[in-house]
Design a protein around this ligand. Structure first.
Ligand code: MSP
Length: 529
């Protein structure tokens, strides 16, 4: 079994406040991190902020702040949101960290020393908001093909990473490693363009006179490092100064934590990861990550989220309104990870009421109420083992494992919901309220309510990575002690570990029904800007 697990989120730009897109990626990584901890692995879960470059410099100027001063204020919005979302990141990297800058220097020096970087004069079209060069042929109607905004013609000297050398190697690598880029449709897209278009070299510098907010090139002070080169290095640099130490040392060339198991990113930044980062690592002679997963985008009520439309969803508000667990659940239950999805509060309310309040929450309330009523709040002694429900409950673990291996969160939740449904059916068919009326059926009543409570214990275990608070409450209501997030899943996911005689505890409903229609005010309140 793999002993350690290293997952990353993109590092977020500090030019803006976080929205559901950011919450989505970070929660995905959190679910994986939590699950892997339950599986007994040593986990390094990394997130952070991308603080250099033109976007940040411009946003800071507009606020009359220095870029670092602006970053220091904005970074708090992310850190606070992660606390509120119950995110268990092990480290938070900022690209303005001195140690990160040192590693960027080290890698640049290595590439320069190996002849992988060259100085050239260059003329091309530059999209300032995207911080990207384009060739004449790429432009659409004279504008940036990505964002549609006007581009500037620029002629200057710059440093280039000789990325084109790696085109064939990269194609072969992606072909040989089907797990490297997921989902498969995205992998095919990347392969499609790599096979049909020549890969250019990557401009990795910006002249200082045009942009000063960046890491100076170690071999030429007149230039700063291109923000994407600096940003991608975070995944590795963090292993050198932020990761928990493994085997006593983390300061080796490849780091004990490198390579990562998953880089989770949005589909818009897949190319930078699949192409730039992969070829940078190849040139450095470093191992590539196990997997890069590109998830889809959320629209809101059918429209792209944008400040001008005023429809940007503030995760803080969603958590305040619906609770952190319900919000986390909805994001991963509603839409398969990898596809685009539409966010609407009405749909979220329906999901919460149907899945959480009715199916799951009511199930728990009914079981607890009957244990209270018929057994004075003590888990009864079963008379026999209920094979069917036991097999379903135990069998789900392997299915969750397989689903999460390919980041199919919705599939894992589907599997877990099988247990919710079958426990509901089990109660309905066994009708404990009828058994209770017949003294001759007392043993059967004990078996049924024991098995139902044991099924609840499995639900608490399996759902913990998705809904950490509610499952901890369920755990405590079952009379169980300790922190659920610290248990060992393989040990606990065995039928019969719930001890008869355990006193259950009275508690609030796990998920209260939501009666009203949501009233979102938009993203302004709460965050520092
Ligand atoms: N700083 C870069 C990443 C560097 S990683 C070495 C960046 N930052 S970002 O803040 O603009 O975006 C971060 C992530 O948010 C991306 O993965 C992006 O896909 C995601 N999202 C932005 N809007 C989104 C939605 N509407 N829906 C889902 N995710 C979206 O890019």
């Amino acid at each position: 079994m793999k002993e350690k697990f290293f997952a990353t989120t993109p590092i977020y730009y500090v030019n803006d406040v976080p929205h559901i897109g950011h919450a989505y990626t970070t929660t995905a990584a959190d679910i994986l991190a939590r699950y892997n901890r339950l599986k007994g692995r040593r986990v390094f879960f990394l997130t952070g902020t991308d603080e250099h470059g033109q976007k940040v410099e411009k946003a800071a100027m507009e606020k009359g702040r220095t870029p670092k001063g602006h970053a220091d204020i904005m970074v708090e919005n992310f850190k606070n949101l992660w606390i509120k979302l119950n995110i268990t990141n092990d480290a938070f990297i900022r690209t303005t960290d001195t140690e990160h800058k040192k590693v960027v220097h080290e890698l640049l020096e290595r590439l320069w020393g190996k002849g992988e970087i060259e100085k050239r004069s260059y003329s091309g079209w530059y999209c300032t908001p995207d911080e990207r060069f384009w060739m004449e042929k790429d432009l659409v109607g004279g504008n940036c093909p990505d964002c549609g905004r006007p581009v500037d013609h620029i002629e200057e000297e710059n440093y280039f990473f000789l990325m084109s050398r790696y085109q064939e190697r990269l194609i072969k690598y992606i072909e040989d490693n089907p797990y490297y880029i997921l989902p498969e449709t995205r992998r095919n897209e990347v392969l499609g363009f790599l096979r049909t278009q020549p890969l250019g070299d990557l401009c990795i510098s910006r002249p200082r006179h045009r942009l000063s907010w960046g890491i100076p090139l170690p071999f030429d002070e007149n230039f700063v490092t291109y923000v994407w080169f600096d940003a991608l290095v975070n995944y590795y640099s963090a292993t050198r100064y932020l990761a928990p130490s493994v085997h006593g040392s983390r300061f080796t060339v490849h780091g004990d934590w490198w390579p990562a198991d998953h880089h989770i990113v949005g589909k818009d930044i897949l190319t930078t990861h699949a192409v730039y980062w992969s070829t940078m690592l190849m040139a450095l002679g470093m191992p590539l990550p196990e997997n890069i997963f590109a998830h889809g985008w959320w629209t809101v009520d059918g429209k792209k989220m944008s400040k001008s439309l005023g429809n940007v969803v503030d995760p803080n508000e969603m958590i305040d309104e619906y609770g952190v667990d319900a919000f986390r659940y909805f994001l991963f239950r509603e839409v398969p990870f990898g596809l685009d999805g539409d966010f609407s509060e009405d749909t979220m309310i329906k999901r919460i009421n149907t899945d959480l309040a009715n199916d799951f929450g009511n199930l728990a309330s009914r079981i607890f109420a009957m244990i209270n009523k018929y057994f004075k709040g003590e888990i009864p002694q079963p008379d026999e083992e209920e094979k069917e429900i036991k097999n379903i409950a135990e069998g789900i673990l392997k299915k969750i494992d397989d689903s999460l291996h390919c980041l199919s969160f919705h599939k894992a939740l589907d599997e877990i919901w099988e247990l919710v449904s079958c426990t509901n059916k089990y109660i309905d068919l066994s009708a404990p309220w009828a058994l209770a009326k017949d003294p001759g059926k007392h043993a059967r009543l004990m078996t049924v309510l024991y098995s139902a409570a044991e099924a609840l214990r499995f639900l608490a275990l399996y759902l913990n990575p998705f809904m950490p608070d509610a499952t901890q409450r369920l755990w405590e209501q079952l009379g169980l002690e300790g922190e659920l997030s610290k248990i060992n899943l393989d040990k606990e996911a065995r039928w019969g570990r719930l001890k008869p005689g355990t006193k259950i505890k009275k508690g609030e409903a796990l998920f209260p029904r939501i009666e009203k229609v949501g009233s979102r005010k938009g993203l302004e309140a709460g965050s520092k800007d």
